[in-house]
Design a binder for this molecule. Structure first.
Ligand SMILES: Cc1cc2nc3c(=O)[nH]c(=O)nc-3n(C[C@H](O)[C@H](O)[C@H](O)COP(=O)(O)OP(=O)(O)OC[C@H]3O[C@@H](n4cnc5c(N)ncnc54)[C@H](O)[C@@H]3O)c2cc1C
Length: 394
């Protein structure tokens, strides 16, 4: 089977930044993308918040990310990942074009915005229809716009958009918002916000761009029109993680949980970008996550390779396993090293906390001195003091 060091799922800003950092760290990188490279960036006409480029088209930025990754010889392959499986130490990535094994995987498959599905919406995305207030709000300075939805995102983003727009219609299909009380009271006390209750959007209309929306009152059936130049839709966002649902820990909604190094609940599997549980889903945060995930993956891979060659491959090894999370054990390592030096013994020092997987695999409970022959433990001696270490090393 094809074997790679780092496989990245998804070539959006997160995945492509991870590929750039991964290649610069010297890793062999394969980036798998089921569609166009660029991800959601392709849905954005113009981006105004990518640092250093006051105005750049989504397509140009996506292409620049891709060209940068390719210039560093990352491989980008068109393939849809169906699932990732753990096979012992190895991660197997099952795609519609075959299977690949990897030392580490970065999940960067992004998110999808739920659309209304009404007439005129799809063809006006980026031309007045938006799913992102931070991205597009400044384009509506002094204009009248509509926000659709009744949850926290809709209500909070409506308030945010009053910083630009002269009037914000907040269109909701029920007669009260689902958002929390504080957010609702902030919105309803804002003179620029006009709630439009019990209403759904039937049609988004205009000559190429948005000029008005047609709304229907669900109680009376009455149709009316609102003259707006922008429609912000917040009826939900979902992670595109169908293929990884049961692999790593995630929130109830499916957002992947990671630590600050972007590592998931499974060692060697990282997540970056919109697929993660986080507050701000933007290009710049996706790129930052991608960089952190690649550096985390690089450290993990190098550590695994080092451990394998230092611990499992030699004829015979003596190692001191300690837990780096325990100050007393960390102090004992200095003494263990000194004793080994005095006795002329080679002693490998392994942080069992950082290398939990290997520690579990060998059945070691730190602090212990372990003797291995060709990767198999032949003696494991628990040690609590320098005297114990000295006695064990003979
Ligand atoms: C209309 C719109 C406008 C926006 N405007 C801005 C803006 O102005 N500024 C800003 O900062 N942010 C903006 N955003 C948000 C920004 O685009 C996202 O935060 C960013 O693209 C997230 O990057 P990502 O790499 O995490 O995910 P994505 O961009 O979603 O990329 C994920 C990639 O993974 C691929 N993928 C998913 N599943 C699989 C699988 N199973 N196998 C293989 N490939 C897979 C997808 O095809 C996709 O290419 C906007 C978003 C939208 C929708």
């Amino acid at each position: 089977m094809e074997q790679r060091e780092l496989v990245i799922v998804g070539a959006g800003p997160a995945g492509m930044t991870a590929a750039i950092y991964g290649r610069r760290a010297g890793l062999d990188v394969l980036l798998l993308e089921r569609g166009l490279t660029g991800g959601q960036v392709n849905l954005t006409e113009e981006i105004e918040n990518w640092p250093g480029a006051p105005r750049v088209s989504g397509a140009d930025l996506g292409n620049a990310f891709r060209d940068h990754a390719l210039s560093l010889e990352a491989e980008i392959r068109v393939a849809e990942v169906k699932k990732v499986e753990l096979r012992g130490e190895v991660k197997a990535i099952v795609t519609d074009k075959g299977e690949v094994e990897a030392e580490a995987v970065i999940l960067a498959m992004g998110a999808v915005y739920r659309s209304l599905g009404c007439v005129g919406e799809e063809e006006r995305v980026g031309r007045g229809v938006s799913y992102c207030a931070v991205c597009d709000g400044p384009l509506y300075e002094g204009e009248e716009i509509a926000v659709v939805g009744g949850g926290n995102s809709a209500v909070e983003e409506a308030v945010y958009l009053t910083g630009f727009a002269s009037k914000v219609y907040l269109v909701h299909r029920r007669d009260e918002f689902r958002a929390d009380r504080a957010a609702v009271s902030r919105a309803l006390s804002n003179p620029k916000i006009v709630p439009v209750w019990d209403s759904v959007v039937e049609k988004i209309d205009g000559d190429g761009v948005v000029e008005k929306i047609l709304i229907k009152n669900v109680k009376t059936g009455k149709l009316s029109s609102l003259p707006v130049t922008g429609v912000f839709i917040f009826v939900g966002q979902a992670p595109a993680n169908g293929a990884f649902k049961d692999l790593v820990k995630a929130t109830e909604e499916g957002w992947v949980l990671t630590d600050e190094n972007m590592e998931t609940s499974v060692e060697g599997i990282f997540a970056a970008g919109d697929a993660r549980f986080k507050r701000l889903r933007q290009i710049v945060t996706a790129a930052a996550d991608g960089a952190a995930a690649a550096m985390g993956a690089s450290a993990y891979i190098k550590e695994q390779l080092h451990l394998r060659s230092a611990l499992l491959e030699p004829e015979s090894v003596t190692a001191f396993f300690y837990s780096g999370a325990d100050a007393d054990q960390a102090r004992l390592t200095d003494e263990a090293e000194k004793i080994a030096r005095e006795k002329g013994r080679d002693l490998l020092i392994i942080d069992g906390y950082k290398n939990a997987r290997m520690t579990r695999k060998l059945g070691v409970s730190p602090p212990s001195v372990i003797e291995l022959r060709k990767g198999a433990v032949v003696r494991a001696t628990p040690v609590a003091s320098a005297a114990d270490v000295a006695k064990t090393l003979g």
